[in-house]
Design a protein around this ligand. Structure first.
Ligand code: THG
Length: 381
């Protein structure tokens, strides 16, 4: 296993307008998502950050949530072809969580879709290259669209005090933004997309920061936004943060590439509510998904609570075993929950064993077997 070995930085690993700020705040680790840096930790432990996130407010550089902008006369036609979720009734100002499938109904992304106008969408992607996928498909279909990755750098403000902080910076209209909706808000004379959303189970917002005019330098303006929020956040005990593993797992928020891959279909990922069999529109993977919908699935993502010493986050999947020692799945994200006071994990589990309350064993990297139980997602409060 790799330990304490540095990852070399290069131009291919893109910095964000806020990277300088997170470095000043003492970032300790990064990961790379969509070829861009994502902070993974600061000075405090994941557990300290977890408690802070659940009580206060944090500022996160989630610029790696890249936008695939689809605009033009055929924009909605293309977007609809990319997902089983119907966008017929989607209004401007809405955010939709959408599965994107390949031709075998394998998941290739689980982004948030924003409708900016009837002919303008942003697909806020997880870690896979949807830009090329969408471009190739549009070329093949000869659609009249423009597809690009705009200079948009999402900044997340998460935690129960996020609303009061955002009101201080953007005004009372912040209160009018409902969950998974966005509004255009003013910052220093620029128009910014501000959504009530984020990769945590706390209240929170995402500012899809863009330095619209060419006369604004993106990094300068981004740092200004960060500093403005940071200064306003002092009275709310703001701290720098990042998507928190404990909060994410407790909340059952899945991570593409970790908890599921293109080997998995959306039903295995508990996304059936976005894959209604009765929709009329064509989309990539429809035939394959129909077969799966008719035949049923063999495995799905469940929660697991397991015993033993607090687990500090797992670097590779851990086998899940039945009572008679057969491998029945694997934990793909796991950590100790200080609230549940047990280790918890997200895991893909075979059908015969996915019943709630089923007793299982988790095999640690050193071979130790620990008792565990299958639970619902999100984890019980
Ligand atoms: N915000 C934005 N873009 C993103 C993410 C994000 N892109 C990558 C990644 N995260 C995509 N994955 C998710 C997963 C879950 C949610 C959002 C993005 C999420 N789900 C809610 C839930 O499960 O409770 C609600 C979903 C719904 O309304 O249907 O928030 O975080 N911009």
């Amino acid at each position: 296993m790799l330990k304490n070995i540095k990852l070399n930085m290069s131009r291919r690993i893109r910095r964000t307008p806020y990277t300088g700020m997170v470095e000043k705040h003492g970032v300790s680790d990064f990961t790379v998502v969509n070829h861009m840096l994502l902070p993974k930790g600061f000075k405090n432990s994941v557990e300290t950050d977890y408690w802070h996130l659940s009580k206060e407010v944090q500022i996160w550089d989630v610029s790696c949530q890249r936008q695939v902008q689809i605009s033009g006369p055929d924009a909605s036609k293309l977007v609809q072809r990319l997902t089983p979720r119907s966008i017929t009734k989607m209004e401007t100002g809405k955010c939709f969580y959408i599965p994107i499938l390949n031709e075998n109904a394998g998941m290739i992304n689980d982004p948030v879709l924003l409708k900016l106008d009837d002919d303008m969408f942003w697909i806020s992607i997880a870690d896979s290259d949807i830009l090329l996928w969408a471009k190739a498909y549009a070329l093949g279909l000869n659609l009249n669209v423009n597809i690009e990755e705009p200079d948009v750098y999402p900044l997340a403000i998460q935690g129960p005090k996020s609303e009061n902080l955002m009101i201080k910076v953007f005004g009372e209209d912040i209160k009018k933004i409902k969950f998974f909706n966005f509004r255009i808000m003013d910052f220093e004379g620029t128009k910014q997309v501000v959504a009530r959303s984020g990769y945590s189970k706390q209240d929170g917002f995402e500012i899809y920061f863009k330095a619209y005019d060419n006369h604004f330098d993106t990094t300068e303006m981004g740092e200004k936004l960060w500093k403005t929020i940071w200064d306003a956040g002092q009275e709310f005990n703001i701290s720098p943060g990042c998507p928190n593993l404990i909060d994410r797992i407790e909340g059952g928020l899945m991570s593409y590439g970790n908890d599921f891959t293109n080997e998995n279909n959306p039903l295995e990922c508990n996304l059936e509510q976005y894959c209604k069999p009765e929709v009329n529109h064509e989309y990539i993977g429809k035939e394959a998904l129909k077969l799966i919908q008719n035949n049923g699935i063999k495995q799905k993502i469940r929660g697991i609570i397991f015993e033993g010493n607090p687990c500090s986050g797992i670097g590779q999947p851990l086998p899940v075993l039945s009572k008679d020692n057969k491998q029945i799945g694997q934990i793909t994200s796991g950590i100790y929950s200080p609230r549940i006071k047990k280790n918890i994990g997200l895991s893909m589990i075979l059908k015969d064993y996915w019943g709630i309350g089923e007793s299982i064993f988790v095999q640690m990297l050193d071979g130790e077997k620990r008792r565990g139980t299958i639970t619902t997602l999100p984890f019980p409060k």
